[in-house]
Design a protein around this ligand. Structure first.
Ligand code: A2P
Length: 272
């Protein structure tokens, strides 16, 4: 495994398994963090319209001098812009903010009850127009995915959900795998909440790595695409230094016992 490791998508093409998240990264902090991440070797940046930082991501990408085809850029359709027509305007606005002609991945950010199917038709159109290479969803539960698959000929390439050892959504992961949908983990560091967990500290000490690196390496070995977020240069680099060690089968099994269905973000199981 290397930092350039890529996973296949059901829509053809691949995605870098390690990505860089910018949720809650504000203005100049976001711009600087993306520049540090690109310098550290990340080639996959994940933003969203609602984060309010697409413009800062775009500025960093433009200034990095890295060729567009080397990068994988994701953004997301926010709830207030859901629906077929509105989604067409929303992607254009996001592309303007990002200073890009296309994104690599466009996601429905949240499974809004009466809008998500119309939004999905919108995303299919967006992909056909070449404005996004791949399309997918975020925060979808198994019932949301079942509904989408039943009502559309096109399956999402990705389902981006909260996923870490304390929210180890095995049933959802198996369902995604069975349907060729790649699970992408946001908040793979439990949004920072469990970084001082004693069991994690003991695995980290035994492996001579930081707790964050153990969580991220676990995510990689689970086969997930992962999106750690940090605005701290040293942590950004640390979170990419995952490719010169491996967790043993025994350690993977131990970490698999930590699940406690902890959600640090919203709970989409409440959405009918
Ligand atoms: P910061 O951005 O201030 O560096 P997640 O990706 O699971 O949502 O977690 C993001 C949170 O974890 C942020 O608060 C981030 O802080 C923090 N964080 C990111 N990387 C590390 C690290 N290597 N060590 C400790 N905390 C980290």
């Amino acid at each position: 495994m290397k930092i350039e490791e890529r996973l296949k998508l059901n829509s053809g093409g691949t995605i870098p398994q390690l990505g860089f998240g910018v949720w809650k990264a504000k203005r100049n902090d976001c711009y600087k963090a993306v520049l540090v991440a690109l310098e550290a070797g990340y080639r996959h940046i994940d933003t969203a319209a609602i984060y309010g930082n697409e413009g800062h991501v775009g500025r960093a990408i433009a200034e990095s001098g890295i060729e567009r085809k080397e990068l994988f850029v994701t953004t997301k359709l926010w709830n207030s812009a859901q629906g077929y027509e509105k989604s067409q305007a929303a992607i254009k606005k996001s592309l303007d903010n990002l200073q890009l002609d296309y994104v690599d991945l466009y996601l429905i950010h949240f499974p809004v009850a009466d809008k998500r199917l119309d939004s999905w038709r919108g995303l299919i159109e967006i992909q056909q127009k070449g404005l996004s290479k791949h399309i997918g969803v975020s925060n979808f539960t198994q019932p949301h995915l079942e509904e989408l698959i039943a009502k559309s000929d096109i399956k999402p390439a990705i389902n981006q959900v909260e996923f870490h050892p304390w929210l180890n959504q095995q049933d959802l992961k198996s369902f995604c795998e069975g349907n060729g949908i790649l699970l992408q983990a946001y908040s793979p560091l439990s949004h920072g909440e469990k970084l001082s967990d004693p069991a994690l500290a003991s695995v980290a000490a035994a492996c001579n790595r930081t707790p964050a690196q153990i969580l991220l390496r676990w995510g990689l070995q689970m086969g997930n695409a992962i999106l750690p977020k940090s605005v701290t240069p040293e942590r950004i680099r640390q979170n990419a230094a995952l490719f010169d060690f491996e967790l043993s089968e025994e350690t993977m099994k131990e970490i698999a016992t930590w699940n406690e269905n902890l959600r640090t973000c919203w709970d989409p199981t409440e959405v009918p």
